[in-house]
Structures are given as C-alpha cells and as structure tokens.
Design a protein around this ligand. Structure first.
Ligand code: NIG
Ligand code: FE
Length: 394
C-alpha cells in the first residue's frame, strides 16, 4: 500500500508510528520502519489514527445554566431580545459571580470530560462570565486548573470585553478603560491568559472599544482574537487581522471582500456552527469564497450556556458539513491542524508529524468521513495525550 497524498487526508495505509518521551519519533510505512527498541507495541487493528482533536473556542467555565431562557427562545424571542432584557450573558454572569471556585471547577470538569471522551486532547477556554477583576481571575484559574484534573492541554483566553456588567450600564467606555487598565495588566502579570478576545457586536462592544482592548493586549505581549461578524457586520474581523490576530470567530456576516486581508495576515477563520444552529440563524459564513481564496478554516464547539450548550466536537464537525457545507476532510482539518493554528500551537499539535506531541486518537472506523457523518455513532478506541494512554480499548 502507498501513502495516498492525493487523498485530502494525506494518510498512510499500513502505517507505523513510534513515540518517544511523549513526542512522535518516527512515522511511515511499516515496511520502511527501522528496528525499534520498544517497551510496548500496540496493534491498531485496521482502525484510523488521527491527531488528538482540538476544540479551539469554548466558554466552558460558568455558573448555572440558561434552560429557562431556552423556553423563552422557543416561544419566539431572539438572542438579542433576551440579552436586552437582562437575560443572556448577564444572567450567567450573575450565576458565575455567585459560584465558588470549587463549584466552578467541578461543573466545568464534567463538561470538559464529555469533550475528552470524544478524543479531544486540547481545549481553549475563555473567561468572560465574571466581568470584574476578582471573578475573571477566578474563571481563568479554574480553566488552567482543569489540566491538573484531566489529561488535556488547556489554552486560556481573557474575554473581559464580553458584555457590559450591570454596574457599568450606560458606561461602556468606562468599562473598557477598567478592563484595559485594571484587569488586563493583572491577568498578564499572573500569566493567566494566552490570548485576549472581544465580543465585537451591536450587543457587545464597538470597533473603537475593541481596538482599545487589542492595543492594551498587544502592549502586554498577548495575542488577540475576536468574536466578530456573528449577528451583524461591524468590521471586527478586519481589525483582528490588522493586529495580526490568531483567529476571527463566527463570521456569519463577513463580506467576501474582507477575505483577502484575513488570508494575507494569516488569521484563521473559526467556524462555530453550533451557535448558528441553536440561535436558528439564517445567514451563513461565506464558506465557498473562503475555500476558494485558501483561508484556513477551523471548527469549534463554542461550548457555552447561551448560544451553544453542546459538549460535542464531533457534532460540531457534523454541523459544519450539514449547515455550512464543509467537506468531512475540511471538518477534520478544522479540528486538528487548523485548530492548532488558531491557538498558535501549530508547531507542537494538530498533526501526526515527527517532533509533534503524541496526542493521538485511534478510531474503530473504515474511513475518516465517519467522524463527521453520524451523530453519536463513533467513539475513540484508544486515546493518548503526550504519549500517555488515557483511554484503553474496551
Ligand atoms: O460565542 N457571542 C458571544 N459569546 C458567546 C455566547 C455567550 C452566551 O450567550 O453566554 C458566543 O456565542
Ligand atoms: Fe464564543
């Protein structure tokens, strides 16, 4: 059998992969493999080995839930209407401020565990349900702590500019100054965040406020990314690209003429079909144009209590195909190689290559399209994180 590089998966039939000290030390065809001094040999039994999946956009640390607002939503109220009535993000902020660090840790751990069961080995987690110094720090500490509880790599993102907290109603500019001058410097000093995000939207923050946060972040040496063009076109994606940001996320209202600039600035387009699905949006991201121009597309869950109460990256892959028209190969690239790019960790994760972290999943499947094709039909046979087996075959 030949390595089929014409396949969009770039896969190797009858492959062999060797791991040493948590890194991929060799991979290729079995017949070309040198003699290894192995301590353990595992037979993949005809399954497919993929990189560990990467969920590059979640908000999985929060208090409470929003099931009651789901009732309102199902009676016809829009996400914006619910937000304007003090529901939405602000109701989660109230529940989160009331939750102890231990409570937040245990509810987040349960949600994270569900992602890991599906072969996720790296997760990005945002703050943004505290909106004051103390609670934002608590959320980021909890997010970081999760990797001491479960076998996963966590990247944290500070999303202080997620919504206007009640104590700053009518004073958005003052709140942005507070975020930039009093919260961000402490977050950076305590090394609690790898990047900084802003919800740039009519119900979030405008372009000049977003720019202030990005400027402050960059001064502190932090990468930026944005929730942009989700419900309307604000020009946030262009701004993120201007700052050489890691990723622009959502993008339903992104106009095609902005794509070339995103590509030029090497900003990754993160697609979040679960939010599109739960909010019953109609406008889709310009996928055909993105593909044509060669913009890198990642796929993530957006796991959060409001717009995406969904702890399944495999389902997000399915939704990206069904709702947005990605191919199953693009969906898999979107949760591996391109997701790693979106997190700035593409030298270590997201690919099966020599020198990369041995984060890997063995799937009992005949073809990788099966990962996107069904809902809850496939689960990993075995999972390794940095070479350590975290799920044994049953
Ligand atoms: O990514 N858009 C803003 N933030 C989240 C929703 C958060 C919430 O509703 O609690 C999102 O969709
Ligand atoms: Fe989000």
């Amino acid at each position: 059998m030949q390595a089929d590089m014409s396949s969009p998966y770039g896969h190797i039939d009858n492959g062999l992969l060797a791991v040493k000290q948590g890194k991929i030390a060799w991979l290729g065809h079995q017949q070309d493999a040198p003699k290894f001094n192995t301590t353990q040999t595992i037979d993949g039994q005809g399954g497919w080995l993929t990189p560990g999946l990467i969920d590059c956009h979640t908000h999985l640390v929060y208090g409470g839930n929003r099931a009651e607002e789901f009732e309102w939503h199902c009676q016809g109220q829009s996400y914006q209407q619910i937000a304007q009535q003090g529901g939405g993000i602000l109701s989660t902020v109230a529940a989160t401020r009331n939750a102890t660090e231990a409570e937040l840790l245990s509810s987040a751990q349960a949600r994270l565990q569900k992602l890991l069961t599906e072969g996720v080995t790296t997760v990005e987690i945002k703050s943004g349900y505290g909106l004051d110094l103390e609670t934002e720090l608590r959320l980021l500490r909890v997010a970081k702590n999760l990797q001491t509880k479960l076998p996963v790599t966590i990247k944290t993102t500070f999303l202080g500019a997620h919504a206007l907290p009640p104590e700053y109603q009518g004073q958005a500019n003052q709140y942005i100054d507070y975020v930039c001058q009093q919260v961000l410097p402490v977050v950076a000093q305590q090394k609690l965040a790898d990047a900084v995000d802003v919800f740039c939207e009519t119900i979030g923050f405008n372009i000049s406020q977003t720019k202030k946060v990005f400027t402050a972040a960059q001064r502190l040496g932090l990468n930026v990314k944005g929730h942009v063009e989700q419900l309307s076109y604000m020009g946030g994606a262009w701004l993120v690209a201007d700052f050489h940001g890691l990723s622009v996320d959502h993008l339903e209202y992104l106009p095609e003429q902005d794509l070339a600039y995103l590509k030029q600035q090497k900003t990754v387009a993160v697609l979040l079909p679960a939010a599109f699905y739960f909010l019953q949006e109609k406008q889709k991201p310009p996928i055909t144009a993105m593909r044509k121009i060669g913009l890198l597309m990642a796929v993530a869950t957006d796991l959060n209590p409001g717009s995406a109460p969904m702890a399944s990256l495999l389902l997000a892959m399915n939704q990206s195909c069904i709702l947005f028209g990605l191919t199953p190969a693009e969906a898999l690239t979107g949760v591996t190689r391109n997701a790693a790019r979106a997190l700035g960790i593409s030298r270590d994760k997201g690919q099966l290559q020599v020198g990369y972290d041995a984060d890997m999943v063995l799937w009992p499947i005949d073809h990788p399209a099966e990962l996107s094709y069904g809902v809850n039909l496939v689960s990993p046979q075995q999972i390794w994180v940095r070479g350590r087996c975290t799920k044994q075959p049953i």
